[in-house]
Ligand binder design. Structure first.
Ligand code: IDC
Length: 466
């Protein structure tokens, strides 16, 4: 009896020793796998929080579950990139089908909005302590050390100096004095491709020779955009905002989602991005937020739901910035679909004030049917044309200047602001500069402009009615 017991004990000791040896050769097992929490913004009565789950192990994690408690008076509202079950004050988040797998050394995040002032406690990741610190509420993100201090707009006669903070009044865009105004300007091409076309000298030309009122900063999310390098693209947008500001132009921060067409696909990214941008630039008077470039293959209620979630995130930082909301079927107000987009917006408008809806058109593709849809919308909704071209919807092919002029006349009569696509030297006809212009750094005058460039420059240069 004694003998077999001591045998058992020594077997047990060997197992423990083997286990420890195993642990020693693969040090990064459960102990280094963490779920860390941070409040990415806090507005007193609520906050936005994010968990980062990091696989410190040596094999793939195939699913995850994060559980924690919140004190009474604090609860979870909307959330993203996870599924949620609740039991009283206990919250259990599990992975979505697309983010359950986490390779060694990799991280995934999910986030949510908390109402109240408490923070998560008793966190468990897959049933084991999260091992991460629950960081205390942080102040909104501060300026990254690499970006220069924020710029003050010049005084004098620039568009921003004359008009100040814009506000939607009725269906119009109004300046700080309450006067309805029209802005006209240019959109960049995708910053992942043509950032070399937006620099101090090209923007001097845009502001001083073209007399542009507004620069649209077009940051793609997919196709090599934001999702590949959030910090890098955020820094680039910050830099271009400062450059527009220094020249007295308005800046539209264009969240250039395109494919997939459901803006909710990028909701978590949009929340992170717009929180950072709005916190940094909230004291400027020249920022407009375009939250969804071109939704497609998604119904209006999903676009509205996205807008209803992202606008409070922006407003928590920058209470008075005008927000521009994309519309059905590539911001065609549904004209590229069943044509009923305007009535669906009217029946179920975005739940916020100080917003406008967007319309995009390409004059060689979008004739009277689109123009009539747009005319109808102008009479009923606050509208902003954040993108148009004089050519086909591909941004290429022959120009239809006569059709484009009909749109411009309608917009002038109704003081609808517009932005043309695009201020780059891409090979397509819709890029204003001939190929090679940006490398040559020769933006001044008209010798480097394509036909569409000459045409739109003439129409941006005419006097403003501020
Ligand atoms: C086009 C660019 C083209 C690029 C393509 C892919 O001109 O170089 O390869 O995007 O994203 C839009 C979009 C805008 C399009 C533009 C022209 O908002 O991204 O740019 N367009 O096709 N909607 C209608 C037309």
């Amino acid at each position: 009896m004694r003998r077999s017991r001591s045998l058992l004990l020594s077997v047990a000791a060997a197992v423990v020793a083997a286990g420890m040896a195993l642990y020693a050769v693969t040090p990064a097992s459960a102990a280094a796998t963490t779920a860390t929490f941070a409040k990415t913004s806090d507005w007193g009565s609520g906050w936005q929080g994010q968990f980062t789950i990091t696989n410190g192990g040596s094999s793939d994690m195939t699913s995850w579950r994060v559980e924690f408690a919140l004190p009474s008076g604090t609860s979870v509202g909307s959330y993203w990139d996870a599924l949620l079950t609740t039991s009283g004050q206990r919250y259990t988040f599990t992975n979505r089908e697309y983010n359950g797998r986490v390779a060694p050394g990799q991280s995934v995040t999910f986030g949510f909005v908390g109402s109240g002032s408490g923070s998560p406690t008793g966190c468990l990741l897959n049933g084991v302590s999260c091992n991460g610190t629950v960081t205390p509420p942080t102040t909104p993100p501060t300026t990254p050390p690499t970006t220069p201090p924020t710029t003050n707009p010049p005084s004098g006669t620039t568009p921003v100096a004359k008009n100040g903070q814009l506000k939607v009044c009725g269906r119009q865009l109004c300046n700080a004095q309450g006067k309805a105004i029209q802005l006209r300007g240019m959109s960049t091409h995708g910053l992942q491709w043509y950032a070399n076309c937006v620099n101090d000298s090209s923007l001097d030309v845009l502001a001083k020779e073209w007399n542009a009122d507004v620069l649209r900063i077009s940051m793609y999310i997919q196709e090599g955009g934001y999702e590949t390098d959030p910090a890098g693209f955020t820094a680039k947008v910050n830099d271009l905002i400062e450059k527009a500001t220094a020249r007295g132009m308005y800046a539209i921060v264009d969240w250039h989602m395109l494919s997939p067409g459901d803006p909710n696909f990028n909701l978590a990214r949009a929340k992170t991005f717009f929180t950072t941008i709005a916190a940094r630039h909230k004291n400027k008077t020249n920022i407009l937020y375009e939250i969804a470039n071109e939704p497609s293959e998604v119904n209006w209620s999903s676009i509205k739901s996205y807008a209803d979630q992202i606008i409070p995130v922006i407003r928590a930082q920058d209470a008075d910035g005008v927000v521009l909301v994309g519309t059905e079927d590539w911001s065609s107000l549904g004209a590229s679909g069943d044509g009923q987009g305007v009535s669906r917006i009217l029946a179920n408008p975005v739940n916020a004030s100080n917003i406008m809806y967007t319309f995009h058109f390409y004059a060689a593709s979008h004739d009277d049917y689109y123009l009539n849809t747009f005319r109808d919308a102008i009479a009923k909704l606050p509208m902003f044309v954040t993108e148009f071209g004089t050519q086909q919807a591909s941004g290429d092919g022959g120009n239809n200047f006569a059709m484009a002029q009909r749109y411009l006349d309608l917009m002038a009569q109704n003081k609808v602001s517009w932005v043309n696509w695009n201020y780059s030297d891409d090979m397509r006809t819709g890029a204003v500069f001939t190929q090679g212009t940006c490398n040559a750094g020769a933006y001044s005058g008209t010798s480097r402009l394509k036909e569409a460039g000459v045409w739109v420059r003439d129409r941006i240069r005419t006097a403003d009615d501020f």
